[in-house]
Design a protein around this ligand. Sequence first.
Ligand code: AMP
Length: 286
Amino acid sequence: MPTLFRKPREIRNYLKSVRCESKQSIGFVPTMGYLHEGHRRLIRESKIQNDITVVSIYVNPLQFGQGEDYERYPRDLERDISICAEEGVDVVFAPSDEDMYPEKPLINIEIKGLTDILEGKFRPGHFNGVCTVVLKLFNIIQPDRAYFGEKDYQQLKVIQRLVKDLSLPVEIVPVPTVRDPDGLALSSRNTYLSPEERESALSLYRSFLLAEKLFKSGNTDANLLKEAIREFILKHPRVKGIDYVEIIDQDLKPVSEVKIGDRILLAVWVGNTRLIDNWRLGDAKV
Ligand code: AMP
């Protein structure tokens, strides 16, 4: 069983001895819990590359906006701990809100051109919340490496830039998106979907395959691809709307001519559930 810590001070002291006395490397997987196969993949990467793996389970109120799903976000600490045990996780950190935020933070973290576009535009304040909690967790855990999923591609880019700009002593390791066999990207929010909604949610992955096919047959006009994606997704009965479909380069800048390695990023409402997904163009055989 992993050792469970609730208090930042206690886990910090414990890891200090791991780091200083036993000279063991620490891998860190930050999560909001309700663990699935995607999280397991991150944990396995960490287990391979580090002596000790720490998983945090914390639904961070700061990264949810007014009217978002903070209250209904799925939580099951017991189940999460048994998944961590199955995966051989050494330490679980599950702090309370009072311990993480004894006072409402006054700091505001912005990364110009990264936190104010795409997700940041539709969820104002979201990345401030993400960056604040990740920085706090990095300070508490002080990991050698931290594992982030490409599923949240913009988040990964934001964290990489945060680490670079502030010279944080941690290596960020990206982990590819894990999907169900039918293509749906795993997400704790998938539990919100009814069977009919889940069927419509498959349109996200299928729209990537469509775009890939168009791209492979010589269509490099980003607007054409984006329009094809929109039109395809909107045909599905439970799709309520699309927040954005964008094709971006390595620096998260929108492109007009698509090349191999550019990424489609999108956010779609299926019923009352907001799903995000992304796809690197030029890889798949379609
Ligand atoms: P969350 O618990 O949703 O905040 O996610 C915690 C970490 O797991 C983040 O780095 C996510 O990008 C990553 N993650 C979530 N879903 C997946 C997935 N389907 N495949 C790979 N990583 C994922």
